[in-house]
Design a protein around this ligand. Structure first.
Ligand code: ATP
Ligand code: MG
Length: 234
């Protein structure tokens, strides 16, 4: 469904991503692991066409999208839940959610999508009229994922959705992300917590200094020396 072929990027002439290749099939939950500054968010921004390419190709549903504009990429069904959530803090939770479905005019369809979000995050329903800026980090994270789903994307890119949450809430988020995937959604999950991400992903990639250093299915990644050393022990 989404394929990156040998993409390289740079920031102000300094190379960042180097020949990154990844593939996400329809219905899959794939994780992209890596420590701070490895290039995870850059990879996501590159897919969204917010970062220019030095080389390489990006295909979505077989179509080359590397020369598209960001709004075309989003319009084609690639939705992003950005790092740090980026809600509109003065708008209510409901207004933020509805923004995710701005291109949908059918009110019945919008209500149906909202119902799906409430089912996934029951706690949101009690706080729909609260301004987003006053919500807890966990609640804001729920609104951000909900907003990302409101556009009914073909693929959802989640950039560290559980960053800064308590262990219990991280656990809850991970379960909900798995459930969203099981309901038929294709997901690319960016995470630093390899253990958590690999507990739900079918396969994954590890970025280090802009390069994919390990890739494989869940058990291959669990067994890899790098993952063992860098992410699972200590
Ligand atoms: N616009 C920019 N201009 C210059 N350098 C940038 C820019 N955006 C990111 N970088 C640099 O590129 C590197 C990768 O950043 P990126 O945000 O992709 O990392 P990340 O893997 O998402 O890290 P984190 O887990 O901390 O979010 C970092 O060294 C960062 O400082
Ligand atoms: Mg990042």
């Amino acid at each position: 469904m989404l394929k990156l072929e040998g993409i390289s990027t740079q920031y102000g002439g300094v190379p960042m991503l180097r020949k990154v290749s990844m593939e996400i099939e329809k219905g899959e939950l794939v994780c992209l692991l890596g420590s701070n500054g490895a290039g995870k968010t850059t990879t996501m921004k590159t897919i969204l066409r917010l970062v220019s390419l030095v080389e390489g190709s990006i295909f979505f549903e077989g179509r080359p999208i590397h020369s598209w504009k960001p709004h075309q990429v989003v319009g084609a069904g690639i939705s992003v839940v950005p790092e740090g959530r980026r809600l509109f803090p003065k708008m209510t939770a409901l207004e933020n959610l509805r923004l995710g479905a701005f291109s949908e005019k059918d009110e019945g369809e919008i209500q149906k999508r909202l119902e799906t979000i409430y089912r996934l995050f029951p706690r949101l329903q009690e706080r729909l009229n609260q301004v987003a800026g006053t919500m807890s980090g966990g609640e804001q994270g729920m609104v951000a994922i909900g907003r990302g789903m409101m556009g009914k994307p073909k693929i959802l890119l989640l950039d560290e959705p559980s960053l800064g949450l308590s262990p219990i809430l991280v656990e809850e988020f991970v379960k909900t992300i798995k459930r969203i995937n099981e309901e038929g959604n294709t997901i690319l999950l960016i995470e630093q917590n390899a253990k958590k991400a690999l507990s739900i992903a079918s396969k994954g990639y590890v970025l280090q200094k802009g390069e994919i250093v390990v890739k494989g299915n869940r058990s291959e990644l669990f067994q890899s020396d790098l993952i063992q050393k860098a992410y699972l022990r200590g």
